[in-house]
Design a binder for this molecule. Structure first.
Ligand code: AP5
Ligand code: MG
Length: 189
């Protein structure tokens, strides 16, 4: 199964990915994790990525697309994957569509985790990640609204958007996601 998890910072993408990749036996492709890994290196790309992460700004598309393109070509992605935090711009979504079309492997669904903004701020404060600082979180939320939220319309028009209320407990959100992926699985078999 090929899935995208879409949602603002703090929506629970990482939290829900943890059980979902185990349940579906597919790899977890988190561009946030990949970029935090890249930022550990002192090469030019690492230094550039580090600056964007610390500022809570999106890393430029060419860098992200290069990393994702390599990852999608690895063998473990042959039977599906869960994309977490990618795509995040229309340009990224279009690049992904080009890749998917060339491989003949369409996405099965884009799962939107919708969470009220005050709850996002609560969830992100106190976790201790470098970009969870109080002066950076509002910036990340604004970038989501401006650059990533337009993807909801993009995937709605493709007919593959599934919106999930992400305000509940982790277990409640999990059971909602499970219902959706079970339905997709049943239609495929
Ligand atoms: P990324 O790592 O993707 O972070 P994010 O989207 O900003 O959000 P988080 O990881 O903080 O939130 P999440 O939705 O995973 O929530 P989580 O499960 O952790 O990106 C980081 C940066 O990398 C970006 O700012 C950008 O610079 C760069 N980047 C990444 N991808 C990029 C791309 N494609 N293009 C360009 N740049 C890119 O949960 C958050 C907290 O809430 C946790 O403490 C958790 O325990 C708690 N929680 C979760 N669910 C619940 C619940 N149901 N109830 C109560 N608490 C909950
Ligand atoms: Mg995350």
């Amino acid at each position: 199964m090929r899935l995208v998890l879409l949602g603002p910072p703090g929506a629970g993408k990482g939290t829900q990915s943890a059980w979902l990749i185990d349940y579906l036996k597919i790899p977890h492709l988190s561009t946030g994790d990949m970029l935090r890994q890249a930022a550990l290196h002192d090469d030019p790309t690492g230094l550039e990525v580090r600056q964007f992460l610390q500022a809570g700004r999106l890393v430029p598309d060419p860098i992200v697309l290069d990393i994702v393109d390599h990852r999608l070509r690895e063998l473990d992605c042959a039977n599906g994957y869960l994309l977490d935090g990618f795509p995040r711009t229309i340009a990224q979504a279009e690049a992904l569509d080009t890749h998917l079309a060339s491989e003949g492997t369409p996405l099965d669904a884009v799962l939107e985790l919708a969470v009220d903004e005050h709850r996002l701020v609560q969830r992100l404060t106190g976790r201790g990640r470098a970009d969870d600082r109080p002066e950076i979180v509002p910036q990340r939320l604004q970038i989501y609204r401006r650059q990533t939220a337009p993807l909801l319309n993009y995937y709605f028009h493709q007919g593959i958007l599934r919106s999930i209320d992400g305000n509940g407990t982790t277990k409640q959100v999990q059971s909602h996601i499970k219902r959706i992926v079970d339905r997709i699985g049943a239609n495929q078999s």
